[in-house]
Write a protein that binds this ligand. Structure first.
Ligand SMILES: Nc1nc2c(ncn2[C@@H]2O[C@H](COP(=O)(O)OP(=O)(O)OP(=O)(O)O)[C@@H](O)[C@H]2O)c(=O)[nH]1
Length: 301
């Protein structure tokens, strides 16, 4: 069985940095890792990639030949990749024996909640090569400092989860910069747990700019709460502990923790029920590390 991650998220959310940091971390803990770059717009890669979509198709060629902009060009490239899935399959086959796979995808979010090519590529690989993949969806943590942007991040995460139908982990990336655009209105666990969005709506109502969207915001928040499947974990890619906590979650979601153990109910249950760090304490520890409390703010004045 081959395990891995499908790394997705809006432009600039940190996917390429993540693939680089995550592959280094996984190598340090003894896994053989292959990073597969499926983003034809990635021109300078910080990691050594095992497979590069550039060898199949170049975004610049597509844009010139078909008079397309970068977004249209990327949709074309994903469509081309789906039609040439055998190319990717043949490149992946030699890696399947002992590698853990990290797929670096483009940042055009519509590829993951609207168009079906990227999903079809992932689904075909899963089926043909018997892969166990988790979608790791990165969202820039600074979006939490603006309630309207946070609601958009929630909607994007929900739509992506529903569209991709994979084991899924949503990540607030660059948590070290969370308050760089302003102090948060609530504790960090409010944003990670997505428990009661009425507070957020109340907060939005105070802003005259969002008054005319009040009903729309309420409806969107209701949809998110009705599904009740979106939550976030946090990540500072430069912090070993933060990356390690994320790896534990991903390993649980795609079944990696069960690999290599005897297929007995006793062994499975031992792993499934072993002690976990409660998310409340985890969010509180992250908050203490990266967010100033009110006293610090007062002292700064
Ligand atoms: N402080 C901090 N910066 C980060 C972190 N992760 C990524 N960055 C920075 O965020 C910027 C964007 O990161 P990329 O990895 O290029 O993001 P991307 O999602 O691959 O971007 P696209 O290829 O445009 O879709 C870079 O300047 C990174 O150095 C993090 O955990 N902390």
């Amino acid at each position: 069985m081959v395990f891995g991650q499908v790394v997705i998220g809006p432009p600039g959310s940190g996917k390429t940095t993540y693939c680089n940091g995550m592959s280094q971390f996984l190598k340090l803990i003894g896994r053989k890792v292959a990073v597969i770059n499926l983003d034809p717009a990635n021109d300078s890669l910080p990691y050594e990639c095992a497979i590069n979509i550039e060898d199949l198709i170049k975004l610049s060629d597509v844009m010139t030949e078909h008079s397309l902009g970068p977004n249209g060009g990327l949709v074309y490239c994903m469509d081309y990749l789906e039609k040439n899935i055998d190319w990717l399959q043949s490149k992946l086959e030699p890696l399947l024996k002992d590698h853990y796979l990290l797929f670096d995808f483009p940042g055009q979010v519509e590829l993951f909640f609207l168009h079906s090519n990227a999903k079809n590529v992932v689904m075909k690989l899963i089926k043909k090569l018997n892969l166990r993949l988790t979608a790791v969806h990165l969202v820039d943590a600074h979006l939490c400092s603006d309630p309207a942007k946070y609601v958009s991040a929630l909607i994007l995460s929900l739509s992506t989860m529903l569209h991709l139908e994979l084991p899924h982990v949503n990540v607030l990336s660059k948590i070290d910069l969370i308050e760089s655009y302003g102090k948060l209105s609530f504790n960090l666990d409010f944003y990670t747990d997505v428990q009661d969005l009425s507070y957020l709506q109340h907060h939005l109502d105070q802003d005259p700019r969002s008054a005319k969207f009040r009903k729309l915001t309420k409806e969107l928040c209701d949809v998110i709460e009705d599904f009740s499947i979106v939550n976030f974990t946090t990540l500072d890619i430069q912090d070993k502990e933060s990356v390690g906590n994320l790896v534990k979650l991903i390993d649980k979601s795609n079944g990696y923790i069960f690999a290599g153990i005897d297929a007995s109910a006793v062994e499975f249950s031992k792993i499934a029920v072993r002690q976990v760090d409660w998310d409340y304490y985890r969010a509180a520890a992250v908050q203490e590390k990266y967010m100033k409390d009110d006293e610090d703010f007062d002292n700064d004045d």
